[in-house]
Design a protein around this ligand. Structure first.
Ligand SMILES: Nc1ncnc2c1ncn2[C@@H]1O[C@H](COP(=O)(O)OP(=O)(O)OP(=O)(O)O)[C@@H](O)[C@H]1O
Ligand SMILES: [Mg+2]
Length: 359
């Protein structure tokens, strides 16, 4: 077991700055996810931690051991790659035993660890099959099993679920999380899928263009995003954005949106400002209700209704700004209806349109 500290870590490929001044500390036994769009540096960060790439600057520390210049095999890590490579001529059992034999772990102890991992990953009945005789999801679980039986200090996973279909992804991620908890191993997981990051992680590191945007617990990042990028990247459908003019009046912020006025508690703003100012007003689809127009501070016109089953999405136009909300599918408004919007005022997030930071 180990903590992992990245201290001012950077990595450039020629002129491309893949990682810039990355600072974070992953606790012992913690499950931390690097989340961000394609090209933001997730795999590069993981490869540096694994020792497959050398950082251009900064340090990597496991526990109190500086591993920055150590070879991968000296780091006590196990890694699962997106394109997991199992040995085709070996059975599931042999694939999982292979790493242990290289580590010179005794036969009986190796067998015991393989059986335990196979049990947790539901591979017990498949131990004598070869990879060609397994489904994609089963192969992926073997790749995970092969990595965890080595009982590493740090477990690194680069999009290990990306080859699976939707339902298998959900089942396999549950198994990965359970296994990681049981073993108490420190885990770094990479994904571009925000939902996967939300459900799996103790904490999420949101990245963009090689720069860490925010590091926090899933619900904190969801409810309290540091900037516009994090706000719109986390959560699906994305947080709605409306252009607003703000005015501070005592403990109330009056937000003027398309000629209509919303009252918000002063607590939704973080910085100190006076008078009036422009802002982007963010509200998640689940954080406002659809009401009769007469009762509401904000009104708009419905232009699309999409029933999903347990709820329906409702798309509403407010003077050219579109908002996505949800409602009971049995009480959905009709297209072209004028409806009222009742905001959960304390859930509103305000952003500076220029810096894109929270106001
Ligand atoms: N060997 C390399 N040589 C040059 N540039 C590279 C190399 N590897 C990565 N890059 C660049 O570094 C940046 C980060 O790449 P990285 O693979 O870490 O992204 P990622 O977040 O893992 O993306 P994805 O979600 O697509 O896997 C990208 O701009 C990429 O083009
Ligand atoms: Mg990658």
């Amino acid at each position: 077991m180990a903590t992992v500290s990245l201290e001012n870590m950077s990595k450039s490929y020629g002129p491309v700055a893949a990682l810039q001044a990355l600072d974070m500390r992953i606790g012992d036994g913690e499950f931390l996810t690097l989340l961000g769009p394609s090209g933001c540096g997730k795999s590069t960060a993981l490869a540096c931690i694994a020792g497959l790439e050398k950082p251009s600057g900064g340090r990597i520390v496991f526990g109190d051991r500086d591993v920055t210049r150590l070879e991968p095999h000296q780091r006590d890590i196990a890694m699962v790659f997106q394109d997991y490579a199992l040995y085709p001529h070996m059975t599931v059992r042999e694939n999982m035993l292979f790493g242990l034999q290289q580590q010179r772990v005794g036969r009986a102890e190796s067998e015991r660890q393989v059986v335990r991992a196979a049990e947790v990953l539901d591979l017990g009945r498949l131990l004598d099959r070869r990879p060609a005789e397994l489904s994609g999801g089963q192969r992926q679980r073997v790749a995970v099993g092969r990595a965890v039986v080595r009982n590493p200090s740090v477990f690194l996973m680069d999009e290990p679920l990306s080859n699976l279909d939707a339902s298998l992804r959900v089942r396999t991620r549950t198994e990965i999380r359970r296994l990681q908890r049981e073993l108490g191993v420190t885990a770094l997981f990479v994904t571009h899928d925000q939902e996967e990051a939300m459900v799996l992680s103790d904490r999420i590191a949101v990245m963009r263009g090689g720069v860490l945007q925010q590091l926090g617990r899933p619900m904190d990042v969801y409810r309290d995003p540091a900037n516009l990028f994090v706000a719109t990247f986390i959560g699906s459908p994305a947080m709605n954005m409306l252009e607003a003019e703000l005015m501070l009046q005592g403990d109330t912020v009056r937000a003027l949106v398309s000629g209509q006025t919303l009252s918000l508690p002063r607590a939704v703003t973080r910085s100190s400002w006076e008078g009036t100012r422009k802002a982007l007003l963010g509200i998640r689809p689940s954080d406002f209700g659809i009401t009769a127009p007469a009762d509401a501070a904000l009104r708009g016109r419905v232009f699309l209704v999409e029933p999903v089953g347990p709820f329906a999405y409702v798309d509403i136009d407010i003077d050219g700004w579109s908002l996505k909300g949800t409602c009971d599918p049995d009480r959905a408004p009709a297209i072209d209806d004028v409806v009222g919007l009742s905001f959960v005022a304390e859930r509103v997030c305000l952003f500076d349109p220029e810096t894109e930071l929270r106001l």
